[in-house]
Design a protein around this ligand. Structure first.
Ligand code: ZN
Length: 677
């Protein structure tokens, strides 16, 4: 279906599909064996002579676990606590500490919200209410929508429902009866959902008190364990994410098993709001968006300084690591994209055009261009590994509802590189890339974790190639002593990959760097090199990015530093502030000296009060202010105020210049020692 309406309609798509599948009543396998053996998470086993529900098994393990459990995971599939286990299987008893267990907890909270809505606003119609990454939402059709005051009222009603300790029960109905039930309860959206399910399907419902919801589950056993929740915001969302449908009101909320965890989350969200890169980007004059090009960012002068400073660093880093830089065209013809496979597999995300009656595409990725450069001359094993970097501007069609500042755009600069190599070189090359990415993240003070994704089911290529590639990635990570999580079956169809998830200063994680091994593109393009044996061989390719998208990375940096960039990155490093107009000439002199030393400085020439000028420079998060008045002019000094320490006293201009040059060259992140006013 079409997407649109809200920033995270993407989140609801997979859940939506999952939900629909889940409506089907699971078919139980008739038990034949007398004894059933359950293998628990810790490897221990339990034997039972009759079927048991997940909850009963939890109780058998311990009462404490039975109180904490929110769902089960049977042979890798999440199941309800009421699910009858009737065969040998592996079973994890999930609690709110497990992601899937927390999802069940939050989904129950979303039902409590829906129940509160129906109690206070009986005329409201319910759409869908899944759990999402940070909580849950419920889409509701109600005349006039809700106000923040309504949310408070709803929270109050939810607390009552929790206190009532309503038992939650599950029942199923054949499709026709399910439709009748939802018609009787005047829930047209639920009717539509059920009508989309196949004839003969068994439909599951959950009931708590007077409230019944169409739902695949899983859910808690009662409303009581839901202790800490909060309705966080309101948004509009089209029914089924389709802008041709009615706009519904979406209530977002979150829930945690402990009040302290909820409080910590809410504090983090407050902080995130203050740091929102769209707000700071405007205040600091970094970038703008315009309706003339939704999703296509404009960089303003200060933002361009920031971007170019990052790119200077990128160039220096890649030069040092043996990369050569190339630049390939933005528009290339259809036959190239057919050879690369993009025309068949990626066309929905590509912008296309016609030149001289021939089809062309605007590149969504840089790889095919890089491959053409490789092919432009005969290659020998002596040329390998060949590392070709490209700051490539790519365009991808994203649905308008998914666009979000610089974080999700329709055109961005990938800090791409393609490495062509022999099979023996894979491991060392991977290690080199991992080290390079580590340098980048460490420079900005990011911690990160690594995930290795292995062969998916619908993959291309031989078992041998996959084994070689996966072993090389694993071996490189092991050699470097990096711990990593493994996502079985999550690799690209053409090869396994390593992803880097960095953590920002307020604890959020962002996926940025990726290393992908690829056997397929060299095959599709028939790439070759001459080996030491004089024979033709096929090189292997690495695709990798460190920043990911430069634009998105800038968005992350803005939020990570809350706009207070380290001095080397700050668009304005020094602001010269004359106490009055009398000292403008001396200010000019100071400015000229700073500029000569390569420092990005500005002079505040306005006849405002000095206190006002200082406050403004502070709000623009400028690292250093040099205040100049009579005393400074007489003795050729500057009075230094920094973002880090406040008043740092007087200094000779030469002394200050030397110190800041050193700080810039080292790319130091200085600690703030004073509270910002
Ligand atoms: Zn690539």
């Amino acid at each position: 279906g079409k997407q649109g309406g809200t920033a995270d309609s993407e989140e609801n798509r997979p859940l939506w599909q999952k939900c629909r599948k889940g409506f089907l009543f699971p078919k139980y396998v008739k038990k034949e064996k007398k004894i059933m053996i359950i293998t628990l998470k810790d490897g221990s086993t339990k034997e039972y002579s009759a079927p048991m529900t997940v909850l009963e098994i939890a109780k058998d393990i311990s009462e404490g676990l039975a109180r904490a459990t929110t769902a089960g995971e049977m042979d890798g599939e999440v199941v309800d606590l009421r699910h009858r286990v009737d065969r040998d299987c592996s079973l994890s008893i999930l609690t709110a500490s497990d992601p899937e267990g927390l999802a069940a907890y939050r989904h129950t909270t979303s039902h409590i919200l829906a129940q509160a809505v129906k109690r206070l606003y009986p005329q409201a119609k319910l759409a869908i209410g899944p759990s999402i990454a940070d909580g849950f939402y419920y889409d509701i059709d109600i005349e006039g929508g809700f106000t923040p005051e309504d949310l408070e009222k709803l929270e109050g009603e939810m607390k009552k429902i929790v206190k009532e300790n309503l038992e939650i029960t599950r029942f199923t109905k054949p499709r026709e009866e399910a439709i009748a039930l939802m018609k009787e309860r005047q829930e047209p959206y639920k009717v539509e959902l059920i009508e989309d399910l196949p004839e003969g399907a068994e439909i599951s419902f959950y009931q708590q008190g007077e409230f019944i919801d169409l739902c695949a589950g899983p859910h808690l056993m009662s409303t009581k364990p839901v202790k800490a929740f909060k309705l966080t915001s309101l948004a509009g969302a089209y029914w089924r994410g389709d802008e041709h449908n009615k706009m519904l009101t979406r209530i977002y909320g979150t829930a945690f098993p402990k009040k302290a965890e909820l409080d910590e989350y809410l504090t983090m969200m407050e902080e995130a709001k203050k740091r929102d890169h769209r707000k700071l980007g405007k205040e600091l004059g970094l970038f703008m968006m315009h309706e003339a090009g939704p999703g296509f960012p404009f960089f303003l002068p200060k933002g361009m300084i920031l971007k170019n400073t990052l790119l200077d660093y990128w160039h220096e880093l890649h030069e040092r690591n043996g990369y050569q830089e190339i630049s390939t065209p933005i528009i290339l013809n259809r036959s190239l994209w057919e050879t690369s496979g993009h025309w068949d597999h990626y066309k929905n995300n590509m912008y296309t055009t016609v030149i001289d009656e021939q089809d062309y595409a605007i590149k969504p990725m840089n790889c095919p261009g890089g491959v053409l450069v490789y092919q432009s001359e005969p290659r020998s094993y002596r040329d390998l590994p060949l590392r070709m970097g490209e700051l490539g501007l790519v365009h991808r069609h994203e649905k308008s509802g998914q666009l979000h500042g610089l974080m999700r755009v329709r055109c961005f600069t990938q800090d791409d590189a393609h490495i062509f190599m022999t099979p023996e070189q894979i491991k060392d090359e991977i290690k080199g890339v991992v080290k390079l990415i580590d340098q980048v993240y460490s420079l900005f003070g990011f911690e990160y974790h690594v995930e290795l994704s292995t062969r998916p089911e619908d993959s291309m290529g031989s078992d041998e190639d996959w084994e070689l590639a996966t072993d090389a990635l694993r071996g490189a990570l092991d050699d470097l002593g990096l711990s990593y999580a493994v996502n079985e079956g999550d690799g690209a169809f053409y090869g396994p990959k390593i992803d880097f998830h960095l953590q920002d200063s307020i604890g959020r994680t962002w996926q940025c760097g990726t290393i992908q091994l690829d056997f397929q593109l060299p095959l599709r393009f028939g790439l070759e090199y001459t080996g030491a044996d004089g024979e033709k061989h096929r090189p292997i390719m690495i695709h990798r990015v460190a920043f990911g998208s430069i634009e998105r990375f800038i968005g992350i940096l803005i939020e990570h530093f809350a706009g207070a960039f380290p001095t080397w990155l700050a668009p304005v490093q020094v602001k010269v502030l004359p106490i009055s107009e009398k000292f403008l000439d001396y200010g000019e002199k100071v400015l000229a000296e700073l500029k000569k030393a390569g420092i990005r400085a500005e002079l505040d020439v306005r006849s405002e009060k000095i206190g006002y000028k200082i406050r403004e420079a502070q709000s623009l998060k400028i690292p250093y202010m040099l205040v100049v008045g009579a005393k400074e002019e007489e003795q050729s000094l500057v009075a230094v105020r920094s973002r880090f320490k406040g008043d740092e006293g007087q200094s000779s201009l030469a002394g200050f210049t030397e110190a800041i040059q050193k700080e810039i060259a080292s790319k130091e992140i200085k600690k703030v020692e004073i509270e910002e006013k």
